[in-house]
Design a protein. Structure first.
Length: 292
């Protein structure tokens, strides 16, 4: 059982204003099991469907989120959202569908911390997901009423928990948007591009030093670190793809495109570096040994 209390701390003595017991967590028919008999999985493998106990075909990765809408011959449309949750963001934060669409939401929790569960709930739709680290959870519904439906994380996952929200926009059937002309975005110069590349090279030096530390220790003896290294390697692969695109655009002297890809390349590097540093800290704190 839980109990909420509202306490006034404005005076010299704390004063209890309100006591609210919650009817949660009352144990019934409990079974005690000796702790050493239990071998729980620490976390799901990335993209795991806990219901089928296999990889979800709807898993997603950071930077790989997408929404796909397909329609059959009768004009019935289905939307699949390949989304992610990680402190402190739900991606995508805007989902656009048309009234009558069947919508399948799939959220992969990208967290590697064991207890960093995120939740998902949407106003007006009977949807509740509990998304434990690594898990890909899915829910399907028909968007049968036009409108704006807020969605949000239902776990108090971090200080920025309230940032984890977004909106489902259900367009009325047959709606025609009258759009204003597009406004030209920021343009970038060769100097901007070179500056970004310089930053990326410096970031790479950090990554290289962290990789050097990890591989010179017995990191394979630590499953947490192995998982982090696996994810970091993935991210670095994406960084290489973005770098190739930046290089190609720079060769064409298309500095705006080159700059955008160089920035994307850097984003992936930062994710890699972050995971690498967490792995390094873990090794330091858990007495990893040097190997030759
Ligand atoms: Cu959350």
């Amino acid at each position: 059982p839980q109990n909420h209390q509202l306490i006034d701390i404005s005076g010299d003595k704390m004063e209890l204003l309100y006591d609210m017991p919650l009817p949660l967590g009352e144990p019934h028919y409990a079974v005690a099991i000796k702790a050493d008999k239990l071998k729980p999985a620490v976390r799901y493998k990335s993209g795991w469907n806990s219901r089928t106990n296999e990889k979800s075909p709807y898993k997603s990765r950071a930077g790989r989120e997408k929404t796909e809408r397909t329609c059959d011959a009768e004009g019935k449309c289905t939307v699949h959202v390949y989304g992610t949750t990680i402190r402190s963001h739900i991606t995508p934060e805007i989902i656009e569908v048309v009234e009558g669409d069947t919508v399948s939401l799939h959220f992969t929790n990208l967290e590697r911390a064991e207890d960093e569960t995120h939740g998902f709930s949407m106003y007006g739709q009977n949807i509740q997901l509990s998304i434990e680290p690594g898990k890909t959870a899915s829910a399907t519904f028909v968007a049968d009423k036009a409108g704006v439906y807020p969605y949000y994380c239902t776990e108090f996952c971090s200080a920025l928990h309230l940032e984890m929200q977004g909106y489902l926009l259900v367009q009325p059937k047959g709606y025609q948007a009258s759009t204003a002309g597009l406004v030209e975005g920021t343009t970038y110069t060769e100097a901007d591009y070179n500056k970004q590349v310089k930053t990326n090279i410096e970031t790479q030096a950090v990554i290289d030093s962290v990789v050097g530390y990890i591989t010179s220790h017995n990191y394979k003896d630590f499953p947490t670190v192995v998982a982090l290294v696996e994810d970091a390697t993935d991210q670095l692969g994406f960084a290489d793809e973005a770098k190739a695109k930046a290089d190609a655009a720079a060769a064409e002297k298309d500095w705006s495109t080159a700059m955008l890809w160089a920035n994307q390349w850097w984003q992936y590097q930062v994710k890699t570096a972050d995971m690498g540093l967490r792995a390094k800290t873990y090794l330091e704190e858990n007495g990893a040994k040097k190997v030759k």
